[in-house]
Design a protein around this ligand. Sequence first.
Ligand code: CTP
Length: 393
Amino acid sequence: MLTGRRIVLGISGGVAAYKAAYLARRLVEAGASVRCVMTDAATEFLGAQTLAAITGEYPVLGFFDEPEVSPHTALGQWSDAMVIAPATAGTLAKLATGLSDNAMIATALAAEGPLVVAPAMHTEMWDKPSTQRNIATLLADGVTIVGPAEGALAGGDVGPGRLVEPEEIVAAVEASLNRDLEGWHVLVTAGGTREPIDPVRYLGNRSSGKMGNAIALAAAQRGASVVLVTAAPALRMAGVEVVAVETAQDMADAVWARVDDVDVAVMAAAVADFRPVTPADEKLRRAAGPPQIHLEPTPDILAGVAGREHRPFLVGFAAEAGSLDGAHHKATTKGVDLLVGNDVAKPGSGFATDTNQVTVYTPDGAADTWPLLSKTEVAERLWDRIRATYESG
Ligand code: CTP
């Protein structure tokens, strides 16, 4: 519910703007006070009078000829959260760069609460590298992106680019205001470690860091103070302190130095189990023939945390291939509170995908299998589960 919440609805100029009237209605029904701001192009698709009738307030249409002296700052300061639906490709570009040449973007800049953006455009425009770059920037800035969905588009075309249904946007606005992890200190590990063989080569694995990044970002958006120890290329993420590491030893040092200060540790990294004993100082040459590389075990970071006297609530991961028997075994033997297993051999699950299908185990071996979800949704559900288990124990 959004009872008592003050929501600004920004509407930019795409044909899906007609759905914004229904969205405004749903926000009001959810208990919110709603004020709208429209771009010039949006007024070609939807009447300002319609929104005025639904919300009880005439929309802001520009910087000038408005009752307020500074309509964008007044609206931004008034709001608890802002949602832009539909967001055109041009609006995404302006949001990503802060180009506030209309009152809607200026309001987004002036607002301090969460921002939810629901893109809608033709598939070709959605797929353009520039649009995808802007989406990545907005995600890193902590903006919630909802959709687009796949379906019928303007002019009879079909594909990804359709505005998601208003109910889904209302749910995203509600979620964006959820600060249920406020006051929590959490540590997340991510990515695949790299163990040097020589100055050029390493032993590594296929982990992309996407699952760990999603877990860190979701916690930060829900109000937690987050440290992300990552061996993946370090992304900038709003509200997340990123500690970049390369090897299992680096990761162990970084985790063990910080873990006494956190309430929850989520170990999503794929850590090498073995490393070359002595990496060569110089590049190994082909002419010297196949090298003999002697390996030794790396530190078991998770075991080092599990063995602490005052350990945090501990979540382990297990990437298995073909069967989850290994994940079940790890849940019951590794001293974790929860273990997230996934079968990386399954389509849509595993490394470098944007989706994951996981089974969550408790130390008694009980399993809860979730459907195939986006990694963002897996992260949200995981925090719900961690919170429920943490608070009941
Ligand atoms: N892990 C760790 N340090 C290591 C290896 C793994 O902290 N040196 C963590 C991972 O981040 C994960 C969990 O332990 O949360 C399980 O990792 P996994 O590689 O599946 O477990 P292993 O015990 O190495 O089992 P195996 O390689 O036999 O599957």
